[in-house]
Write a protein of this length. Structure first.
Length: 104
C-alpha cells in the first residue's frame, strides 16, 4: 500500500507518494485554482447529478447536505480534502484513483 501526502506550495498542490519501497516520488497534480474547479465539476456532473437528490448523495457519502450544495455552486471555492476522502471511501476508491478519473 502506498501513502500519499499532499501539501500546498506556490498555489499548486504537490503530492508525495511513498510506495512500499523506500524511494519517494514527488509531482505536481494541478494548479490549485484548476484543481478545485475540476474536482467540484467532476463530482457535480458525474456523481451528484446522477443521484436521486442532494440529500441522498450526502447521506450515502457521509457528508452534510450543505457541502453538496457548495460543490454544486460554482462561486464557492473548493472542497476539503476530508470531504474528498469521505466520498472516495464511500465509493470504495483510492484518492489516487479519484485524481486519475479527473485527469481523463
Amino acid at each position: 500500500m502506498s501513502l500519499v501526502m499532499a501539501k500546498y506550495s506556490k498555489n499548486k498542490l504537490i503530492a508525495e507518494i511513498f510506495p512500499r519501497s523506500s524511494s519517494r516520488q514527488t509531482f505536481t497534480l494541478f494548479n490549485m485554482a484548476t484543481l478545485k474547479e475540476k474536482v467540484c465539476r467532476f463530482i457535480a456532473e458525474e456523481w451528484i447529478g446522477k443521484a436521486k437528490s442532494n440529500r441522498q448523495f450526502a447521506e450515502e457519502h457521509t457528508i452534510d447536505e450543505k457541502v453538496v450544495r457548495r460543490i454544486l455552486d460554482p462561486d464557492v471555492s473548493g472542497i476539503s480534502l476530508q470531504t474528498i476522502e469521505r466520498i472516495c471511501e464511500a465509493r470504495e476508491i483510492k484518492i489516487s484513483e479519484f485524481f486519475a478519473l479527473i485527469e481523463e
